[in-house]
Design a protein around this ligand. Structure first.
Ligand code: PLP
Length: 283
């Protein structure tokens, strides 16, 4: 196929739908738009959910994923990809056969914070062997890392050891998100420290922030989408992660609680809405 030139940078999310808008495809597209990148999307699963949790999921078939992805590849440049909820081994295998070559951020989404399964165990095995070796960056949180590695993570040293262990899966870089360490440390820490470890790099990089007293939804989805957007814009990996981390902190500071459980999703836009010279008569 002829090279397609475009000044527009694109990022593709391959993930599940969250009709409540705070996570999944819907959140990723907002994160791309808020980063100045044109968003493309391939749906891997439908969900029925609200602030109370994920009530039901319907994985799409490998064939359905392949058709969506093939249509995009045939017509658009794709400058970076992120994957989120992939649901099944069928979906993972379809992707592994067809993914174009560009920076790939894999958020190994396995379970929603309120408990529902978002990736089968066969899907996890397929992802480990077929998808992760293609990744630029893997972004597990602590509960995901504990399940994947079969370890308990209770300290900063445990985080360092665990991040290192991901290199055994042929992953070139890991961003181990430390937000859940509070629970492991008995609620002592008011900080949230994420660890970026890159194979063959000089040393670990910590991305630190103050913990916000908010119940959140979709933070992990938005974080990996913000990183993918920055890779699409051409930033090197370390700067992409640092810039995405800073953007996420701002978006979380603005996030407003919504729904019965009052969970807040990263908000990349409300400051613009408030600033906008909005005239309803013109809409
Ligand atoms: N729904 C979808 C489609 C997701 O991808 C995710 C997380 O990745 C969730 C729900 C759960 O988000 P949270 O655990 O932040 O509530």
């Amino acid at each position: 196929m002829a090279e397609i030139y475009s000044a527009v940078k694109t990022a593709l999310t391959i993930a599940g739908s969250d009709p409540s808008g705070g996570a999944g495809i819907q959140a990723d597209l907002k994160a791309f738009a808020g980063s100045g990148v044109y968003g493309l999307s391939v749906l891997a699963a439908l969900t029925a959910q609200n602030s109370l949790g994920v009530h039901q999921t319907w994985p799409l078939t490998g064939e359905q994923l392949r058709a969506q992805l093939a249509a995009l590849i045939a017509d658009y440049p794709i400058h970076a990809i992120k994957t989120g909820m992939l649901a099944s081994a069928d979906a993972v295998n379809a992707l592994a056969d067809l993914l174009p070559s560009c920076p790939l951020v894999i958020d190994p989404v396995m379970r929603a914070s309120l408990g529902s399964e978002l990736l089968s165990s066969a899907g996890l095995s397929a992802a480990r062997t077929r998808l992760w070796p293609k990744a630029t960056l893997l972004t597990p949180n602590i509960p995901e890392a504990e399940v994947i590695l079969g370890v308990s993570i209770h300290s900063v040293n445990d985080m360092l050891r665990s991040a290192q262990a991901f290199f055994d899966f042929d992953v070139p870089a890991v961003l181990l998100k430390g937000g859940h360490l509070l629970r492991a440390m008995g609620g002592q820490s008011d900080e949230c420290n994420d660890l970026l470890l890159i194979k063959d790099a000089a040393g670990p990089i910590w991305l630190n922030s103050k913990r916000m007293a908010k119940k959140t939804h979709g933070t992990g989805c938005v974080y990996s989408a913000l990183i993918a957007a920055r890779l699409a814009l051409g930033l090197p990996l370390v700067q992409a992660c640092q810039s995405a981390h800073a953007a996420l902190q701002k978006a979380l500071a603005r996030a407003q609680p919504i729904g019965q459980l009052q969970r807040a999703s990263p908000d990349l836009f409300s400051a613009d809405y408030i600033k906008a010279d909005y005239d309803p008569a013109r809409c």
